[in-house]
Write a protein that binds this ligand. Structure first.
Ligand code: FAD
Ligand code: SF4
Length: 510
């Protein structure tokens, strides 16, 4: 029976059971299509990185003997849509059965389900064999409970996969070392130089430009730094284990103008394209720890593994349990546009200028920059979650909706009213000053709440709690903010409110 199998751009898992043997009856199809480059304005590195990794994957698979059809963006026979290209190939090759791997994006899942429903030949979907939990697992785990709590699911995953366990108990007696992992970067420490690959992706970048595809950000096309296959992803993992893991947890929340990556792994792009399996990451991390017990302590290992088997799987489970309603949620009814400087970095707020410029340069910012600088500010200001989502989905090299929207709309904007996070992650300048060197030399004064040069985070922070009292006042996790607000002198509060209004109305000039 002649079969056609579709591989999407984020399904580059060369260890998938589909590739265990070469079958001359099976044709694989991969395609670059214009709508995928345009559903948001993507960073140029993101489009180039996806296409470069896809091309490399198809080449490697063809060399291994599989029959691969790869449609480039400018191929004359490319009809620029998944269904149209599939139909053409099914007819041309007299295909008798179509198979696809379960997509991780809701919109593609729907599109392929519809294609299957309308197809004249049998269609089947296979598991992507990438995740450590099923699409339904988080939803089923929390069914009947009021809230989703990451820590409970994480413990379930530790037990399920027997990771850092001593029988039924956590190894060393503790589940979580997060409380110890919140330090700023001390001056004496210099984070490791990143491992950058040196790919020439000029041909793809020229193609993107010749087709006038709208992009954001910058790229050095002759020196593209991200890994493009399983082997390079392994090298990046090895580099992280040898150079980053020992300090990963401790400085996970730190931010520093001199170091965009600090001790972070930069593995999200490789993982999200499925170049690297989470099980391989966890196993290698445990092996490294076992081989270097004097260099790496359990707090770092646990902190890193929690991101991989906890947060990543948890966010995916929330996505599948709540879509498509999730992408409409706007708990605070925020409606402001995104400030123009999010697209340029042109602001006098040092923290935002730095985090945004870095994102435009590198298509990367680490978690706390995304959560507590750009996300925090958008939420305090009251930006519509649709605009915030579109920005995050475009700008980061690792942005795919299942992991972007749950982190953005959920964790950072609290637009889901508390599904992904138990409280809004917002802060005044205090936290930013504690965790970074951004406030030093900033145009704004981190200690002022209002008046000339007052840091915008301060007035907006208090105003945020003030104006959302009806929605947040009963949340015990933000009780301290309300107790402080209630103790505030009425005149002080009035000045703060006025300052916040002024900053909201002049958001593009900050
Ligand atoms: P490390 O800090 O080294 O962490 C290791 C790995 O753990 C990451 O590669 C990632 O796979 C996983 N991980 C860590 N935190 C999370 C998390 N909260 N959710 C899911 N996985 C996690 N991550 C994406 O992969 N794609 C996104 O589009 C994305 N958008 C985000 C938007 C916002 C507003 C926020 C607050 C976070 C977002 N994240 C996203 C999560 C996280 O910021 C990135 O995974 C991380 O910064 C990637 O860098 P790294 O590989 O160096 O991560
Ligand atoms: Fe950001 Fe305010 Fe600090 Fe400036 S003073 S870097 S705006 S937190």
């Amino acid at each position: 029976m002649r079969k056609l199998r579709l591989i999407l751009g984020d399904q580059l898992n060369d260890r998938h059971s589909w590739f265990a043997r070469v079958d001359p009856e099976i044709t694989y199809l991969m395609m670059e299509v214009l709508p995928e480059t345009r559903y948001v304005t993507h960073h140029i590195q993101k489009i180039a990185g996806f296409f470069a990794a896809m091309r490399r994957f198809a080449e490697a698979m063809s060399e291994a003997g599989h029959d691969f059809v790869y449609l480039r963006l400018n191929d004359p026979e490319n009809l620029q849509s998944f269904p149209a290209n599939l139909t053409r190939l099914i007819d041309a090759r007299r295909i008798e059965r179509f198979e696809y791997l379960l997509p991780d994006e809701y919109r593609l899942d729907q599109l392929l389900k519809q294609f299957a429903a309308e197809s004249d030949i049998p269609v089947a979907a296979a598991d992507s064999e990438h995740f450590l939990s099923s699409r339904e697992e988080v939803g089923a785990f929390f069914r009947g409970r009021k809230t989703f709590v990451m820590e409970a699911f994480y413990r379930h995953m530790r037990r399920k996969w027997d990771i850092l366990m001593d029988g039924e108990r956590p190894l060393s007696g503790r589940w979580n070392y997060d409380a110890e992992n919140r330090k700023a970067l001390p001056q004496r420490l210099t984070p490791p130089a990143p491992l950058n690959f040196d790919h020439d992706v000029s041909e793809i970048v020229d193609l993107i430009r010749s087709l006038e595809i709208d992009t954001i950000g910058r790229i050095d096309a002759a020196h593209f730094p991200w890994p493009l296959d399983h082997h390079e992803a392994q090298q990046l993992l090895d580099h992280f284990l040898a150079n980053g893991l020992a300090n990963f947890g401790t400085y996970q929340d730190a931010m520093d103008t001199g170091s965009p990556y600090l001790y972070h792994s930069r593995l999200s792009f490789a993982m999200n394209l499925k170049l690297l399996h989470p099980r391989e990451i966890v196993q290698k991390t445990l092996d490294y720890w076992q081989a270097h017990p004097e260099a790496v302590d359990i707090a770092q290992v646990e902190g890193f593994i929690r991101q991989i088997i906890g947060w990543r799987e948890f966010m995916r489970g929330i996505y599948w349990d709540t879509m498509p309603e999730y992408e409409q949620l706007n708990y605070f009814d925020h409606r402001r546009p995104l400030p123009a400087f999010y697209w340029t970095g042109d602001t006098r707020m040092n923290c935002l200028r730095h985090a945004i410029t870095q994102s435009l340069d590198l298509a990367y910012a680490h978690h706390i920059q995304r959560l507590m600088i750009t996300g925090n500010f958008a939420n305090l200001l009251g930006v519509h979650p649709d605009a915030v989502d579109a920005w995050y989905l475009g700008i980061y090299i690792d942005a795919i909706q299942w992991v972007e929207i749950t982190n953005t709309r959920g964790m950072s904007q609290y637009a889901d009213g508390g599904i992904a996070a138990t409280k809004p992650y917002v802060s005044s300048a205090n936290y930013i000053h504690k965790m970074s060197n951004y406030c030093r030399g900033c145009h704004y004064d981190r200690q002022k709440r209002y008046g000339e040069g007052a840091c915008p985070f301060n007035s907006l922070y208090w105003d945020f709690f003030d104006r959302h009292r009806a929605l947040l006042g009963n949340n015990p996790r933000v009780g301290m903010a309300y107790r402080n607000l209630d103790r505030m002198d009425p005149e002080e509060l009035d000045n703060i409110r006025q300052q916040a209004r002024y900053y909201q109305e002049n958001q593009d000039t900050l």
